[in-house]
Design a binder for this molecule. Structure first.
Ligand SMILES: NC(=O)c1ccc[n+]([C@@H]2O[C@H](COP(=O)([O-])OP(=O)(O)OC[C@H]3O[C@@H](n4cnc5c(N)ncnc54)[C@H](OP(=O)(O)O)[C@@H]3O)[C@@H](O)[C@H]2O)c1
Length: 284
């Protein structure tokens, strides 16, 4: 299987590290022509689109950079989907579970085919793409949430939560990166189409994550707990963040497994502790 990864950011790099045979696109896509040229250059069997614009230092950036957000998260994937559909190349597009806000119609969680209720500019742009791509026959959308990794980094939920003095007391579906990379590979291999919630079974509270952090990484860690409404009211964020539980039946139907979140989280934290360097952590 000849894999082409588009996007050299956090997710693209993680996949490239675990799939040494994969190629990583060396140019960006700003037009239909760029998308077709890229496919002609690499002639892949399958593509992982791990490119996107999620805002730096955080997603609030997208509120004031709407056009860049729409270009990177909506227009670019549509160019790519058109080129892939024309050339009959399978496309796995990395979506986001943050298109869902709050309680789901089914108490067990949001289903893959539920309609999104996005609020922030970023999540609206991601949902717009899901709507367009979700019915194409040779395309899949893999929605991930709040990536958790054993390697400390600014993109890792563990590192982020540990760096905040005030943390929202919420519970979510989340994605452990190693399990995600494995699930992506299987989806590419099967060329499965449709929407997939690439999240670990079960949900986890920020409080549970930081309790494990204090147990295995830094017993002296302290933070204040606030509500998700406080986040905006205290001026710590411009827009309310998405918190939700996702169901993941479509992965299960394909027998693609991710570890239960409590098990995966503890294992990840133990390994995170081994790589943790206080000086680097505190400087983030
Ligand atoms: N990380 C998360 O928390 C998270 C959660 C849910 C979903 N996702 C989704 O996962 C995907 C990857 O996210 P990430 O965390 O890896 O983001 P990232 O670290 O910001 O990387 C995104 C990459 O996409 C590239 N890119 C942007 N516009 C492009 C274009 N027009 N053509 C080609 N490449 C382009 C960026 O290049 P430059 O840096 O040069 O601009 C960057 O290398 C995104 O679709 C994001 O929405 C991420």
């Amino acid at each position: 299987m000849k894999i082409l990864i588009i996007g050299k950011g956090f997710i693209g790099r993680k996949c490239a590290q675990m799939w040494p045979e994969a190629e990583v696109a060396d140019t960006k896509i700003f037009s239909r022509e760029d998308a077709f040229n890229l496919l002609d250059k690499y002639t892949p069997d399958v593509i992982l689109n791990a490119a996107g614009v999620r805002g730096k230092p955080n997603v609030d950036w997208c509120e004031t950079h709407q056009i860049e957000t729409i270009e990177g998260n909506t227009i670019m994937p549509l160019f790519l989907a058109e080129a892939c559909t024309t050339k009959n190349i399978y496309l796995l597009h990395v979506g986001s579970g943050c298109i869902f806000y709050g309680p789901s119609p089914d108490p067990k969680g949001w289903k893959e085919d539920d309609f999104g209720n996005p609020k922030a500019v970023y999540s609206r742009a991601k949902w717009a793409t899901d709507l367009c791509l979700s019915t194409l026959p040779n395309v899949a959308i893999a929605r991930i949430r709040m990536p958790i990794d054993y390697v400390p980094s600014a993109e890792n939920l563990i590192t982020k939560l540990a760096s905040f003095s005030k943390v929202i007391d919420v519970e979510n579906s989340v994605t452990v990166v190693e399990d995600m990379v494995n699930a992506f590979y299987q989806l590419l291999n099967l060329q499965a189409s449709g929407i997939f919630h690439v999240t670990n079974p079960g949900t986890i509270k920020h409080k549970e994550i930081l309790a494990l952090y204090e147990k295995y990484v830094d017993p002296s860690h302290k933070n204040e707990w606030i509500t998700d409404k406080d986040l905006v009211n205290l001026g710590l964020a411009k827009k309310e963040r998405s918190n939700n539980f996702l169901q993941s039946d479509n992965l299960s139907k394909l027998k693609i497994k991710m570890r239960p979140i409590k098990e995966a989280m503890e294992d990840t934290m133990v390994r995170y502790a081994k790589l943790y360097k206080p000086a680097i952590e505190k400087s983030y």
